[in-house]
Write a protein that binds this ligand. Structure first.
Ligand SMILES: Cc1ncc(C[n+]2csc(CCOP(=O)(O)OP(=O)(O)O)c2C)c(N)n1
Length: 563
């Protein structure tokens, strides 16, 4: 049987990883295995590349996703063959839909061992289907000149990062012997990445009554400033999804950024203030009220701007799609614009009215998710990364997190809204973020990624987890079926786990706080934020209280607006 030349394999793979570094990759998340030995050792020996080790490929890939999002750099993944590779699928799908660059490197057996019942061998060709920007199977490692590996690495990073960013998959056939030699291979010439192509950018319609609706997007400070500058130039309010991070930063002193739109869009006032143009940036906003309002008012012009190909349009109302990164687009279309001061003043007044009505309600409400959001908003220090779980936590932020000048970075996996891999995503964000990281999550979401939780200490990052524990999926109490007596809603949908989450703390050596009132939460956060290590703040809440407060908050805001 053909054998590999270990030095040739090592030379090629070292050249490959050296080019990844030259193209901007700084981290590779490795999972242990045998077939991947040449990739693992080459990655570990490449100067300029950090490695982290993940026992579980599913958790490792979500860690890579979080890290890539926090650093805005592509992250590589390496695993062995078989179901190890298949465990990358959920994170690859989320990365695809969120436009996050991942370089997925899976080891495989060479062609002569395929389809012959060789161990740990499955069909890995196009394993992730249409959920990658590019799939490629290189020649068996070591059978080509290392310059081919350099060209491949440069092309892979370019496809993962430029035009439409997202995951790319290289499935690498590797022949035995797999162990690299101790010799250093000869260095090879590396390539520089060509600049991205600049696409044409149509001008913005010059009408005074517009809205900028910003969905979940990973925006840095400069990008937030660019979108805020456009809002200032046009006099158009920004409707900011909490996962856009646009609700928080000094730019909120200059541009009008709204946080209460989840309530405002339910009012007749909002129907009477339908704009001429809506420009929707990034992914679909979390707010259901926004979608219902769009359906009722059907603005004549709806433009979507997105670099990840999403252009969300469930109601088929979009009139124009622009394939540009939202902040780049904003910078390019910001010119002097016809403004109507009364338009922005009316929206500002609506925001004030809705926020006041909600605050009044919260002041007399039982301790539940809205109070947790208020305390987080007040107590998180500037530049904290707030990773938020899907289900109710992201909706809690949408409904109750006010705008303010203190900068916060908010991350949510809104590509496909999964409750999987969220602890690992938070760990990845924490690994890539210089200030504190807080993960705000539901209990089922936390339990879903126990594997990620078990790795928290080993990965050596600081993380404060605030879990709102309603012993199940509180979101399902929103469903009409929750009120129907002939269906066992609690067992089938709420799905109580009846576990005491306190037992999770000793597993990873986390400091533990059990909370049932506001002051306790304030004290626990003060003891956790800025104190390195792992902290588990376990907040006991009632699912029905929270749903009730969401409904009452919207009703109070609508009543105040439509009075
Ligand atoms: C991977 C995955 N499985 C199932 C779902 C469906 N789902 C959405 S929300 C939810 C319940 C989440 O409960 P929890 O994290 O406790 O949050 P809560 O609703 O109580 O706020 C489930 C199972 C999903 N979104 N993703």
């Amino acid at each position: 049987m053909t054998a590999s030349n270990p030095l040739a394999v090592h030379a090629s793979l070292r050249a490959f990883f050296a080019q990844l570094v030259a193209s901007g990759v700084q981290h590779v998340a490795l999972s242990p295995g045998s077939r991947s030995t040449p990739l693992t050792v080459a990655a570990d020996q490449t100067p300029g590349l950090d490695v982290s080790i993940h026992l579980d490929e599913r958790a490792g890939s979500f860690f890579a996703l979080g890290l890539a999002r926090a650093t805005k750099q592509p992250v590589a993944l390496v695993c062995t063959s078989g179901t190890a590779a298949a465990n990358y699928l959920p994170a690859v799908i989320e990365a695809f839909h969120s436009g996050v660059p991942l370089l997925v490197l899976t080891a495989d057996r060479p062609p002569e061992l395929q389809s012959r019942g060789a161990p740990q061998t499955i069909d890995q060709v196009e394993l992730f289907g249409t959920h990658v920007r590019w799939f490629h199977q290189p020649a068996v490692a070591g059978t080509e000149h290392p310059s081919e590996a350099v060209a491949l690495a440069a092309a892979a990073v370019q496809l993962a990062t430029q035009e439409t960013p997202g995951p790319v998959h290289l499935n690498w056939p590797l022949r035995e012997p797999l162990e690299p030699p101790p010799e250093e291979p000869e260095p090879v010439a590396l390539l520089t990445t060509p600049p991205a192509q600049v696409h044409p950018c149509p001008p913005l319609p010059n009408c005074p009554h517009g809205l900028l609706v910003v969905g979940p997007l990973d925006l840095d400070t400069q990008e937030k400033e660019a979108i805020a500058a456009l809002a200032q130039a046009t006099g158009w309010p920004i409707i900011a999804d909490p996962a856009s991070s646009l609700r928080h930063g000094p730019h909120t002193n200059k541009a009008l950024v709204l946080s209460a739109s989840e309530h405002i869009f339910r009012s007749a006032w909002a129907d009477q203030h339908a704009p001429e143009v809506v420009v929707q940036l990034g992914a679909l906003p979390t707010s259901k009220a926004y979608r219902l309002w769009l359906d009722r008012t059907r603005p004549a012009q709806i433009i979507t701007v997105d670099h990840a190909g999403r252009h969300p349009d469930p109601l088929l109302l979009v009139t124009e799609r622009i394939d540009l990164a939202p902040a780049d687009w904003a910078a390019r279309v910001t010119v002097a614009h016809t403004k109507d001061l009364s338009w922005s003043q009316a929206w500002q007044e609506a925001e004030r009215t809705a926020v006041a009505a909600v605050a009044d309600l919260s002041a007399h409400a039982p301790f539940s998710n809205p109070a947790v959001v208020e305390v987080l908003g007040a107590q998180l220090s500037a530049q904290t990364a707030l990773v938020v779980g899907n289900s109710m936590p992201i909706r809690d932020l949408d409904a109750f997190l006010p705008t303010g000048p203190k900068p916060l970075q908010v991350y949510a996996n809104r590509g496909t809204n999964g409750i999987d891999g969220q602890v690992s995503t938070a760990l990845g964000v924490a690994a890539g973020h210089e200030e504190s990281t807080v993960f705000f999550t539901g209990d089922l979401t936390l339990l879903h990624d126990l594997s990620g939780w078990s790795a928290a200490r080993r990965l050596g990052v600081d993380l404060t987890v605030v879990v709102v524990d309603n012993n199940g999926g509180g979101i399902f109490s929103f469903l009409p079926i929750a009120g129907q007596n002939h269906v066992d809603h609690r067992r089938l949908f709420h799905t109580p786990h009846d576990l005491d989450l306190a037992h999770l703390a000793p597993l990873v050596g986390a400091n533990y706080h059990r909370i049932s009132h506001r002051q306790g939460l304030e004290e626990a956060l003060a003891m956790s934020l800025g104190h390195p290590g792992l902290h588990l703040i376990h907040v006991l809440v009632d699912a029905v209280d929270n749903i009730d407060l969401h409904r009452k908050a919207s009703a109070a805001a609508v009543e105040a607006l439509d009075r």
